[in-house]
Design a binder for this molecule. Structure first.
Ligand code: PBG
Length: 329
């Protein structure tokens, strides 16, 4: 055939393909979510999320050392609280689980970027992210508790506060609370476009935090909306968010791409528990290759425009990337 352009010329062998690769993944762009539990020497396997564990504080510190050695410099902590009440009082206890965990990580690896989830669901009996009064998830009263929780994390040494609750006005209120205490250096990673998604199922199993009644649709977003995501991101940035997040990632790659193109702020994406569990389950059945599916998914999220990715695959992917680099060095 008489062809001027033959795109296959650039796919002839691995090194040529490396030269024309458009998207790079690196371990330093991953944030590893960790479930913290009480006790000592505990690595309690999570049955809804194979190869993920609820870790006691000492084990979290060990895990952070492993991550750091692999080049993953950020973790996001979720408390697994057995003590739950109507008002989520454990969430802002200065001697609480997450607060102690932050201090221990910072003692051992001060460089690590320690991020903390801020939402009430692991600490409430009803499992909602906010306070419930007369059957309603109330906004402004919840924001008051979120500020106390955020402050207790920041005072313990957290680098970034990550509110995942989707209450209105919480980013601005948290920013004010931090600034009033002189904690200007503490950043806010806002879950800005967080959808009401079935893909959180395995996570709710891990924290025993599924709502007892109803769903989260009065605060998390309708999966059919994009313009609303843009509005949420823009409000969070106006209120002082440093980084904005789209969550989940895979079913919302278009939203990631649009947020990336419309704003200059750093964008995070959360490769959530259900996305992780689907790959593991299909791989166990022999239907997809676990490693290849993992890398393909992470590349898709990066390609869509995420600067950083929260993912349960952080360690596996970092190891995989290390092996890839070693091959061509
Ligand atoms: C709750 C919270 C959830 C996740 C992160 N923070 C679940 C929910 O909103 O019900 C989901 C993370 C995942 O599925 O991996 N504030």
């Amino acid at each position: 055939m008489d062809l001027v352009f033959r795109p296959r010329r650039l796919r002839r062998n691995p090194l040529i393909r490396e030269l024309v690769r458009e998207t790079e993944l690196a371990p330093r762009q991953f944030i590893y979510p960790i479930f913290v539990s009480e006790g000592q020497g505990i690595r309690d396997p999570i049955d809804t999320m194979p190869d993920q564990f609820r870790l006691s504080v000492d084990e979290v510190v060990r895990e952070c050392e492993t991550l750091y050695d692999l080049g993953v410099g950020a973790v996001n902590l979720f408390g697994y609280s057995e003590v739950k009440d109507e008002l989520a009082t454990k969430s802002y206890d200065p001697q609480g689980l997450v607060q102690r965990c932050i201090r221990e990580i910072k003692k051992k690896i001060p460089e690590m970027c320690v991020q903390t989830d801020v939402a009430l669901d692991p600490y409430t009996t009803h499992g909602h992210d906010g306070l419930v009064i007369d059957g309603e998830i109330v906004n402004d009263e919840t924001v008051g508790v979120l500020c106390k929780m955020a402050l207790s994390h920041a005072e313990a040494g957290a680098d970034w506060i990550a509110p995942s609750d989707m209450m209105d006005g919480r980013v601005g209120a948290i920013r004010d609370s931090l600034d009033e205490q002189g904690l200007h250096h503490v950043g806010i990673l806002a879950y800005s476009a967080k959808y009401a998604s079935c893909f959180y199922g395995p996570f709710r199993g891990a924290l025993k935090s599924a709502p007892k009644k109803g769903d989260k649709k009065t605060y998390q977003m309708d999966p059919s909306n994009t313009r609303e995501a843009i509005r949420e991101v823009s409000l969070d940035l106006d209120e002082g968010a440093d980084v904005v997040m789209v969550k989940p990632a895979l079913a919302y790659l278009d939203v990631i791409a649009r947020v990336r193109s419309e704003f200059d702020a750093p964008v995070a994406a959360y490769n959530v528990s259900g996305e992780y569990a689907m790959v593991i389950a299909a791989a166990e059945k022999g239907w997809v290759d676990r490693e290849m599916a993992m890398m393909e998914m992470l590349y898709s999220i990066k390609r869509a425009g995420a600067d950083m990715i929260l993912t349960y695959f952080a360690k596996d992917a970092a190891r995989r990337l290390k092996a890839d680099y070693a091959q061509f060095r």
